[in-house]
Design a binder for this molecule. Structure first.
Ligand code: HEC
Length: 222
């Protein structure tokens, strides 16, 4: 499939607003060299995809920094992995007027339980298809129409220090999360997903600000 076919397919999917649409190939378009091309059609979505890639990278880097530490990790260093990811998600929500969450079937923090039937469905799809990286859908959340973007989270070696065997979990986790079920994972397992809700209002405001710029995107460039 040529790049222009992929892009025009994305555009028509986006216009038709199919419910849950697998965007494995579209992810490449959004993340690769075509970000600028895709952006006018889905500015909020492209921005959310990029922000989530950064957020996920932040966790991987923090978790990997625990590996091979010469000094035994203190409770403070141990706390500095997934909590900051949650805090950054909140910050992204405020900055962009999005709702950015982490969601997991087996969660540690009850705030991360699946919140809608559709979010359960998205998790099931990720579980079923290990190659599926992202999904988005037109949906309504808390009475607001918008787009929700989901991105899978996989378990890496460095996650096992806290999400591996139940008994091997650090004490602060055993104490602070008595109902924890986010353990006994193996490398490559689906750990959960990020979910970004972009209200249509926010999407439209971004769209209008782009349309106000001198660049004419009324004619497709491919
Ligand atoms: C140092 C311990 C530690 C490590 C290492 C760690 N986590 Fe976590 N993880 C936690 C804690 C604690 C929470 C709950 C945070 C909160 O209260 O929001 C959590 C929560 C999460 C959540 C949110 C869903 C839930 O269960 O509440 C995801 C997703 C997650 N971790 C994925 C990962 C991934 C992926 C890695 C490896 C790249 C990883 N974690 C490494 C301690 C850790």
């Amino acid at each position: 499939m040529s790049m222009s076919t992929i892009i025009s397919r994305f555009k028509s999917l986006y216009r038709r607003g199919l419910s849950v649409v697998a965007i494995g190939t579209v992810m490449l378009v959004l993340m690769g060299q075509s970000v600028a091309i895709a952006a006018p059609y889905a500015p909020g979505l492209a921005k959310a995809v990029a922000a989530i890639e950064e957020l996920d990278q932040m966790r991987s880097t923090l978790a990997a920094s625990l590996d091979g530490q010469s000094a035994a990790p203190t409770p403070e260093t141990f706390k500095a992995v997934c909590k900051p990811v949650g805090m950054r998600a909140q910050q992204l929500s405020q900055e962009n007027h999005w709702q950015v969450k982490q969601i997991a079937t087996r969660y540690r923090n009850p705030a991360h339980a699946p919140d809608t039937v559709r979010s359960r469905l998205a998790l099931a799809k990720f579980k079923q298809d290990a190659n599926l990286q992202g999904l988005w859908e037109n949906t309504t959340l808390n009475g607001q129409p918008g787009v929700r973007y989901y991105r899978r989270i996989n378990v890496e070696v460095s996650c096992l220090a806290c999400h591996g065997a139940r008994d091997a979990r650090p004490d602060f986790i055993k104490v602070n999360y008595p109902d924890d079920t986010a353990f006994d994972f193996n490398v490559g397992d689906l750990r959960g997903m990020y979910a970004v809700f972009i209200p249509n209002e926010v999407q439209q405001a971004l769209q209008s600000s782009l349309e106000a710029s001198p660049h004419d995107d009324s004619t497709p460039v491919f």
